[in-house]
Design a binder for this molecule. Structure first.
Ligand code: BTN
Length: 266
């Protein structure tokens, strides 16, 4: 792992000054995965608000054991340590909160209207530009000892920069905005929104996460198929519950609560 340069820690600290969520910043030119490094720091006691950001990841991790393409100079690959001190089942809601926050940031910064796909993909033109991977560790008291929230945002890729397998599913902000975008501006807006929403959440306001998430999910009310551990469940996407689980109305009328998996539109 090589330390910093493209994202300069001092400059970033200055830029992120009013973002109360960020306390300490680790910057890299290249790293295996910012989530792995943030977990390592959290296990050693890193405080809430520790941010790890790298220009490139060589082993970027996606959800469900997938890899996450993280080329140099094109996107934002960063992870933040949170210590909300709460029951583990509430972590799902924080991952939705982060997806809402990135969507709001892009709305305010670029005037675009991202859509959300359960649980936490952020899309433009039905293609994904942001993925979120939340990893947690549970302490002896059965509460979360920390969460690492990893955010990957495709900012300035051209279509050719995406590998063939994901070219039809992935998109960058530049491909929608039709011009290069300052990555630092996207980082600042996203962290600002995450910080603002996270503080609201810590202050006991939880309902807004579900409401803001549902507003941005066009698949709600329609037919979907959910893939989970090799099984497929078809039904109507009824809603999400107060802890962020997907509620699927099955053909026989029963309601299935889904904690993790992948949604496909038939
Ligand atoms: C997904 O599959 O949608 C989640 C992708 C999460 C990618 C980000 S990039 C920064 C952080 N470090 C990682 O290794 N993964 C997350």
């Amino acid at each position: 792992m090589k330390k910093k340069v493209l994202f300069n820690g001092k400059t970033l600290s200055h830029e992120l000054g009013r973002h109360r969520i960020v306390r300490k910043i680790y910057t890299f030119d290249q790293i295996d995965s910012t989530n792995e490094y943030a977990k390592y720091l959290a296990q050693k006691g890193a405080e809430e608000g520790t941010l790890v950001i790298s220009d490139r990841q060589v082993k970027g991790k996606g959800r469900l054991g997938r890899t996450w393409e993280s080329p140099a100079g094109k996107g934002l690959w960063f992870s933040i340590v949170l210590r909300p001190g709460m029951a583990p089942h509430k972590a799902g809601l924080i991952s939705l909160l982060v997806a809402v926050s990135v969507a709001q940031a892009i709305e305010e910064l670029l005037g675009l209207r991202p859509a959300l796909k359960w649980p936490n993909d952020v899309l433009l033109d039905s293609q994904k530009f942001c993925g979120i991977l939340v990893e947690s560790e549970i302490g002896a008291n059965k509460e979360l000892s920390f969460l690492v929230v990893g955010i990957g945002i495709n900012v300035n890729q051209s279509a050719d920069d995406f590998p063939d397998e994901i070219r039809t599913k992935a998109i960058s902000l530049k491909l929608v905005w039709h011009s290069e975008i300052d990555r630092i501006e996207v980082l600042k807006s996203s962290l600002y929104k995450v910080g603002q929403n996270y503080l609201r959440f810590l202050n006991g306001q939880h309902a807004f996460v579900r409401a803001e998430w549902l507003k941005r999910c066009p698949a709600v009310g329609g037919k979907i198929v959910v893939k989970q551990n090799g099984n497929e469940y078809a039904g109507i996407f009824e809603s999400i519950d107060e802890s962020g689980q997907l509620l699927l109305r099955c053909p026989g009328g029963s309601l299935l609560k889904i904690h993790s998996g992948e949604v496909m539109l038939p």
